[in-house]
Write a protein that binds this ligand. Structure first.
Ligand code: ACO
Length: 444
């Protein structure tokens, strides 16, 4: 690609076209001189035809105007039908590939871009436009659970803060829950599925080994374009999915993404193991993340910073003892005390790192929306961060631990409760199997 001013571009274009025309005329002349050259031309007709087409300037007609709010393709003044159709083809290809958005994103990320904007620095951000959730109808209280498991409401509530959880109905799968949450998020955003470029679904309990639950959601929503994939980072799944979707948007590879967390952990519970089976529930939450413009400051709407970590040496403290290549689907196993020990420390640390990156501190935070695993972890982390519990969204009492679904679920419930106001600064943080953990700072 050559970028020039209009005059130089025109001279370069005309010179190129003129040279191509001259070569074509020379060839025609050379092959029409004698009978022998005419015979040679006949024998080489196909090759000469290919060559003539290759240097035919009409086939590359159409120059792109940059710096305008949209894509403009300028065609040659004397273009014939072939030339015009080439220009239309070029315009179509650019429109199909989100050329303007991708270009704007690249330019926004270029070093020194902000300084060269003459008072109007534009930074591409990804912001949450809509949020929604879905919970299966079957609500199981601690007392109900105690009818079949050797436990009590007092023990569960005292140790974890959990009072009830939802369980998926027989035959109801993770993608079923995800579709409902995704549709709710689209409705909240006032968008149709055609407005979406991609689906990223965080889950550890996909319906099938393949295809991904995300492509099942795609099909159920009637979306036939774009791309969809699952992402697995257990309870940190939504943080990872949001982070990856943010990167896709900032790089201009997508402009609107459905980011979903959905789980049916009830299917991987060992109902003989009371130390784990009382902790988890099923559910789904989703957000529509979309590209917006910001000024590049911490006052911008959208994701301001993120922080991700994993450390595989801690596999044994939280894992499922089965999987495709073992031939079983397995059950969740956990050393609760060990997980607890890592959780508060690592969550507070990652949240501080993300706040530092955004140039903010805990005092600026309006809401922490944490992964909902256990009230003691949630309050311990808030305390370590220096944020009072009045500024923490807690839903664990009603949902239990829904793994990757817990944060979008909590966001959706908090919004419905009228807690989240435009401009609020939110920190989301999560830790889970891997260990994998991370956080994000975003302005609502
Ligand atoms: N009901 C009644 N008693 C129980 C139950 C139960 N469901 N489970 C365990 N007990 C008993 C134990 O048998 C033990 O009895 P004992 O003293 O007679 O031996 C007693 O309660 C204490 O057991 P501990 O395992 O020591 O209980 P602890 O105080 O550590 O609490 C818990 C367990 C709640 C799991 C805690 O370790 C914890 O919160 N860990 C964090 C793990 C977590 O939340 N993981 C979620 C997944 S990871 C994530 O999302 C962050």
């Amino acid at each position: 690609m050559i970028v020039t001013d209009g005059f130089t571009g025109n001279v370069a274009l005309k010179t190129g076209e003129g040279t191509a025309g001259l070569v074509r005329d020379f060839l025609r002349d050379a092959f029409s001189k004698t009978l022998l050259s005419k015979v040679a031309a006949l024998m080489a007709k196909a090759s000469l035809g290919r060559f003539a087409r290759r240097i035919d300037p009409r086939r590359v007609n159409g120059g792109v105007f940059l710096g305008l709010n949209g894509t403009v393709v300028k065609s040659h003044g004397s273009a014939d039908a072939t030339g015009i159709s080439s220009a239309i083809k070029l315009a179509y290809t650019l429109a199909q590939s989100n050329f303007t958005d991708r270009l704007a994103a690249r330019v926004a990320l270029a070093p020194g871009h902000a300084e060269t904007q003459r008072g109007r620095a534009v930074t591409r951000r990804s912001a949450i436009r809509g949020v929604g959730h879905y919970l299966p109808e079957n609500i199981v209280s601690n007392a109900k659970l105690a009818e079949t498991v050797d436990t009590s409401d007092e023990w569960i509530k005292g140790r974890t803060g959990i009072e009830r959880r939802h369980f998926a109905a027989e035959g109801q799968t993770t993608s079923d829950l995800a579709v409902r949450a995704a549709q709710a998020a689209l409705d909240d955003a006032g968008l149709k599925v055609d407005d979406i470029d991609a689906i990223v679904l965080a889950t550890s309990t996909a319906d099938l080994t393949f295809p991904s639950a995300a492509t099942m959601v795609q099909a159920a929503l009637g979306m036939t374009k774009g791309f969809a994939f699952d992402l697995q980072a257990v309870c940190a799944g939504f943080i990872y999915a949001l982070n990856m979707s943010d990167a896709l948007i900032l790089s201009g590879k997508a402009s609107r993404i459905l980011v979903i967390g959905a789980e049916t952990f009830s299917r991987i519970m060992d109902w003989e193991d009371r130390t784990t089976c009382v902790l988890f529930g099923d559910g789904a939450g989703a957000v529509v993340l979309e590209a917006v413009e910001g000024a590049g400051t911490s006052d911008d709407r959208g994701i301001l910073s993120t922080d991700l970590h994993s450390d595989g040496q801690f596999k044994d403290i939280l894992y499922v003892d089965g999987g495709v290549s073992t031939g079983t689907s397995g059950y969740l196993r956990m050393q609760g005390k060990e997980v607890f020990r890592h959780a508060i420390e690592k969550l507070a640390q990652t949240a501080h790192t993300a706040l530092d990156r955004a140039g903010l501190s805990a005092d600026d935070v309006d809401w922490i929306v944490p992964h909902q695993a256990n009230l003691r972890i949630i309050s311990g982390t808030a305390k370590k961060m220096g944020v009072p519990m009045e500024r923490v969204v807690v839903t664990v009492q009603d949902h239990g631990n829904t793994s990757a679904a817990s944060i979008p679920l909590a966001l959706s419930v908090a919004k419905a409760d009228g807690k989240l106001k435009t401009g609020d600064l939110i920190v989301i943080e999560a830790i889970g199997g891997g260990l994998a953990w991370g956080s994000a700072v975003l302005r609502w």
